[in-house]
Design a binder for this molecule. Structure first.
Ligand code: SF4
Ligand code: FES
Length: 267
């Protein structure tokens, strides 16, 4: 293909791509405290490459500015946007609309299960965050550390030129999205259950410490009727987790560590 023809072809292909769009219907869960929960349907048009969060934002933009939903990063990092789409927990910011389109072209959007409802798609994630903190995960650090564990000096008030550049490191995989708690059948039966994300956090903290007192504290938290022994091994948490944290495997490993402590084998 000649250079000019090829350029025109690429431009046309790009143009056709941006023009492709879907007319879809969103059946959205609506709720306000003191009022009956119900569904409302909205018709929106989204581009071919849209994710479900784009469609939800269209509803907010074109139909109802009172719609309550949460999002921040749009790329599966902040964990705030989690909802259920057609009955399954997902991060809508990375869930392509076209993956859900059947003949009816309708998507049902609902909040996560097993949390208190705040309004529409918003749930109260405080119990999840509290358990992460109980497990020893620091949700907000006053200062980040170098890879060798030494604190990085705050850049505030310093000449940017003098601030040392440090390699970026991901400290934890869990983004506290709540998806595993929503998918967990044990969580549905008992809100006191420490939960898959919390138990995965316990295991992660256990792996990081050799301090016998802290290890005993973590194992005591896990070795409880609302800890690892409450889990019925449905494996829904591992199945649905968008970050590959594998909470079910962490629960099984904690059981092994508890039995090893009790019967004096292993480490
Ligand atoms: S373990 Fe996975 S599903 Fe559960 S809160 Fe963390 S990232 Fe979300
Ligand atoms: S918007 Fe941040 S994870 Fe979806």
């Amino acid at each position: 293909m000649q250079g000019g023809t090829r350029k025109k072809f690429v431009q046309l292909a790009r143009c056709a791509n941006t023009l492709m769009a879907f007319d879809i219907t969103l059946r959205m869960f609506r709720y306000r405290p003191g009022q009956a929960a119900h569904f409302e349907t909205y018709a929106v048009t989204v581009p071919d490459a849209a994710n479900v969060l784009d469609a939800i934002e269209q509803v907010w933009d074109k139909h109802d500015r009172d719609l309550m939903f949460r999002h921040a990063c749009h790329h599966a990092s902040c964990g705030t946007c989690a909802v259920r789409v057609n009955g399954r927990e997902v991060l809508p910011c990375i869930a392509p609309v076209k993956n859900y389109l059947d003949g009816a072209k309708a998507l049902t959007i609902e909040p996560l299960r097993n949390f208190s409802m705040v309004g529409d798609l918003l749930v109260d994630v405080a119990p999840l965050l509290q358990r992460q903190e109980t497990a020893g995960l620091v949700i907000t650090r006053p200062v980040e550390n170098h890879l060798d564990g030494k604190p990085i000096a705050s850049a505030q008030g310093l000449d940017p030129e003098s601030v040392e550049t440090v390699p970026f490191n991901r400290f934890e995989d869990c983004i506290e999205c709540g998806i595993c708690l929503s998918a967990c059948p044990t969580m549905a039966a008992s809100t006191k259950f420490f939960g898959p994300a919390g138990l995965a956090a316990l295991k992660s903290q256990l792996d990081k410490t050799t301090d016998p007192t802290e290890r005993a504290r973590l194992l005591d938290l896990a070795d409880d009727e609302q800890g690892v022994w409450r889990c019925h091994s449905a494996w829904e948490c591992t199945e649905t987790c968008p970050q590959n944290v594998r909470p079910a495997e962490a629960i099984m490993a904690l059981r092994q560590a508890i039995l090893a402590r009790k019967f004096g084998f292993g480490k």
